[in-house]
Design a binder for this molecule. Sequence first.
Ligand SMILES: Nc1ncnc2c1ncn2[C@@H]1O[C@H](COP(=O)(O)OP(=O)(O)OP(=O)(O)O)[C@@H](O)[C@H]1O
Ligand SMILES: [Mg+2]
Length: 370
Amino acid sequence: MSSVGDRYQALLAGGELRPDPDQAATVERLHMLARELDAAPEKGSVLWRMLRRAPEPPRGLYMWGGVGRGKSMLMDMFYDCVRIHRKRRVHFHEFMIEVHDRLRAERAKEKGDPIAPVVASIADETKLLAFDEMVVNNTADAMILSRLFTGLIDAGVVVVTTSNRPPDDLYKDGLNREHFLPFIALIKQRLDVVSLNGPTDYRLERLGGHPTWYVPNGPEATEAARAAFFRLTDYPPEDRAHVPKADIPVQGGRTLHVPKSLKGVAVFSFKRLCAEARGAADYLAIARHYHTVIIVGIPILTPEKRNEAARFKTLIDALYEQKVKLLATADADPADLYPAGDGAFEFERTVSRLMEMQSADYLARGHGEE
Ligand SMILES: Nc1ncnc2c1ncn2[C@@H]1O[C@H](COP(=O)(O)OP(=O)(O)OP(=O)(O)O)[C@@H](O)[C@H]1O
Ligand SMILES: [Mg+2]
């Protein structure tokens, strides 16, 4: 298996990536960390048992910067190159939903502080925790993060994360922020904070100049959507039959099936998203999980399609709130999508949002940004 540094250099040399000083510095740091992780003796191994006390774990990393700077790309590269088995890459939201589930189960046992056993079980399963998109926007998460991560890092778990914000701006203006400040201090003290914040939004560059709304539905639009998907994910088009699927958690303990899911980009048919019984919780899960969503096959919504229109409106609200980039194939431009029927008046806001979502300004904003 090649190293992080070798892989990055090969992509540069092949002209697939442009030289970027922030990235180069981060790659060096990730390269070192991957080596340290691979060299550290596994818990319980012969070498580990020979040591008198647990070795000092390597320092983790907090990578922050504007959108499309290559944070997730470098994190994926690093994660692939690390050879240890007890590693896990997970979306931050998904991890926190799981943590709250585990805390609930511990509380039910009524054995005192629920955080300690949750920390112990996570640390037992995982040596490296890689989070994409750390963002704190609810009090429930904010109040436990400091103790949770102090516990994890003390237990030797190495944390690597990406975020759109520097540590000091996490949970900015959040409720009871004073209880959250120890988490910021912890990040600065126990992780190396690096910025990936050069002048170029590479994603925008890849979307740039390409339309995001393809009309009408048909082979041409389908091909354009496909091309956009491959451009955004770097997935080799010859593998198009094997694009990975995913099941993402929805608040309330359910999961939602995503037929194509890669590098933060999801593809759905309009039918699957809006013609089946789905609601705000599903749409919110999608909006939080993916920075880009491609919807194919949006029909003209006639009055008897009022349920589809209502769901589509809820979906667009969720995507818009989270600044998700939307690409679509449709039978009409937004303004002509739902001209008459129940709620057509309210749909005007959806139209306006759909227009804004095609603008360069909207496309330049970060996923989940306020
Ligand atoms: N140096 C580079 N040259 C060319 N393309 C690049 C470079 N770095 C990253 N990219 C491409 O830019 C796109 C965006 O990168 P990535 O998804 O890693 O951004 P990000 O920093 O995680 O953004 P966000 O904060 O929105 O999640 C990807 O398609 C990636 O392959
Ligand atoms: Mg990212």
